[in-house]
Design a protein around this ligand. Sequence first.
Ligand code: XIL
Length: 354
Amino acid sequence: MTLRRRELLHLAPALALAACGSQAQEAPPPDLPLKDAAPFPVGLAVQSGSLTDAGWRAVADRHFNQVTPEWEMKMERVLQDDGSYDFSAADAIAEYAASTGKRLFGHALIWYAQTSPAFERIDGQGSPFQAAYRNYIHEVAGRYRGRAAAWDVVNEPVAEDGDGFRDCVWRRNFGMAYIDRAFEHAAEADPNALLFLNEYNLESLPAKRVTFLRLLEDLLRRGTPVTGVGTQSHMDVELAPGAYAAAMREIAAFGLPVHVSELDISLGRGAKAMVQGDRALLLKQARLAEEVARSLADLPAAQRFGLTIWGARDGDSWLRRPPNNGGSPTDQPLMFDDAGRPKPATAGLLRGFG
Ligand code: XIL
């Protein structure tokens, strides 16, 4: 047990009190670095513009040892309409990771939600399209070879309701084999990177989890080089206790490394806050954060790839920028408040790590 985690055990009473929520006893959440307390890397989503924000750096440098580009390593940003590449923002993030000793997680090579005129111009043209697909994956994953420890190779392949799979330009040109080809090309481009299949709502939509896990099983049976599974974990604070842990057990059943890849826990706010009060919602958020952390910490060491939070401070969250995912300008979905202070959810993570 590392020294830091032994410290954590001494903090346990304070952590427990911080969870009680009783105003009189309440101890402020301990400001123990998350990365030191966790039995796996703890990451955050980053935008290159944040790298010069002192408030953001104060949280990111202290608590995290992994980064995922929130959108600047995606096709929408790196592939220009004329087919050229602009890696300037992605390179800035990769440099930040290297200079601060953080693991870099590449996100995302192929996603139904993103294409480019460079592909649309050759849509349906058979081998030119397939060559361009391979070239794109080699260009991007190859650029960060030896720097990105892992990639979300295919993101969100399952239909929203879990009934089948997303229609997208990639599927129209390859059929479902677009997934196999993407992983094969990524493995060629960077044989040492872990290659993840990434999806959301696996904890809240059993039908989607079933479809996703059947897809994963089929891919593995065919020998497709999937070497990691990502569960995004964009959640609502009202998720039933135990649902996350149950989903994690199913997701981990294939024995692959598991990445909690995009954690945020929306309070929704509005009517809910009026009825329950912010304090009650923040404590529910802390309980759910604890369940997430414990679900991953309880896995065998080889499967505890890491936990990434989809932003540093509440104000950095995509959910503050409606209409993203049902959020609102007053949502408080992350682990640190607008001023970068630990919230009850931080204490929840620490309890779950322990
Ligand atoms: C989101 C980013 O947070 C936004 O900034 C961007 O405008 C759109 O994409 N699932 C994913 C992420 O895999 O890439 C998405 O990130 C959130 C949902």
